[in-house]
Design a protein around this ligand. Structure first.
Ligand code: OMP
Length: 285
């Protein structure tokens, strides 16, 4: 299997960089006329997948909305992930994992080991315990040709003070993460004998579409795909992504989750919404 970044780049050229979020909260399930249950959460995901029979690149199920039901929710998530991957859609699981290195490795095995029942293409992670603590996670993901997205600048207002705080050397926390991420992508390119540059590496980053400093972040991570949540329900528009991240064309992935239901919850309404968003997302290429 080709590396995650190769597979994602091919999908983007085929469809668009749009990332479709699956966040089956009680409110969203109600909006779709579905029960607030594991089966309802799965049906919501299946309806979105049926609606996008024209093809999308990336689906981002938010693990929390499945985990809230316990083991039955996880089974629903596994079923949805299998359905999406069987349909040729890459799955970026939003789990925001992160811990000391031995535990981070255990998390990674849950998504990338040969024996797991929840194999995905990429996972979101949190670097609060230091990016170095995630190296075990990265190693396991790389060996399985998987991708990892690290939260660098989150879309929520509460994250800014912490992420822009200055370290002793003068860099901000976010800038230090950009540097460390870029160094890992360069090492990866060297390890496969590729030229770092044209092809992004396996370590992507989350930079909110709501962040005023987003451009500097994307410039500091020239070898990363950038997941840009915040479009739709959190107030940013697709145009904001282009305006705030002009240097990330072709590698910025705008995410929409709640806005999947912006025009109604039937299959036809979801299809119309996502067709329109996909057309807008192509302007980011
Ligand atoms: O990693 C993420 O996807 C993420 C990072 C971030 O900084 N902000 C953020 O909103 N997200 C996730 O992206 C989705 C955004 O949902 P909407 O606001 O409904 O589009 C949710 O699943 C969030 O958990």
């Amino acid at each position: 299997m080709p590396a995650f970044s190769v597979r994602l780049q091919q999908k983007i050229l085929e469809h668009s960089p749009l990332c479709v979020g699956i966040d089956p909260s009680a409110a969203l399930l109600k909006g779709a006329g579905l029960p607030d249950s594991p089966q309802g959460a799965f049906e919501f995901g299946r309806r979105v997948l049926e609606a996008v029979d024209f093809g999308i690149s990336l689906l981002k199920p938010q693990s929390a909305f499945f985990e809230r039901f316990g083991s039955a929710g996880l089974r629903a998530l596994e079923e949805l992930v299998r359905l999406a991957r069987g349909q040729g859609v890459l799955v970026l699981l939003d789990g925001k994992r992160g811990d000391i290195d031995s535990t981070a490795a255990a998390y990674a095995e849950g998504y990338f080991s040969a024996g797991t029942t929840l194999r995905v293409d990429a996972v979101t992670t949190q670097p609060y315990m230091g990016l170095g603590a995630l190296d075990s996670f990265l190693d396991i993901a790389f060996k399985a040709e998987g991708g990892v997205f690290v939260v660098v600048r989150s879309s929520n207002p509460e994250g800014e003070a912490l992420q822009t705080a200055r370290l002793a050397g003068g860099e901000s926390v976010a800038q230090a993460l950009c540097r460390e991420i870029t160094s890992r992508n360069r090492q990866w390119s060297e390890s496969i004998g590729a030229d770092a540059g044209p092809l992004p590496g396996p370590v992507g980053a989350v930079v909110g579409a709501t962040c005023a400093d987003a451009d500097a972040m994307t410039v500091a991570m020239p070898h990363s795909f950038i997941l840009a949540p915040g479009v739709g329900a959190q107030g940013a528009t697709m145009h904001d992504v282009l305006r705030r991240m002009p240097n990330a064309r072709g590698r910025v992935l705008p995410n929409i989750s709640r806005a999947v239901l912006a025009n109604g919850g039937s299959k036809a309404e979801i299809a119309a919404t996502l067709r329109e968003l996909q057309a807008q997302a192509r302007d980011l290429m």
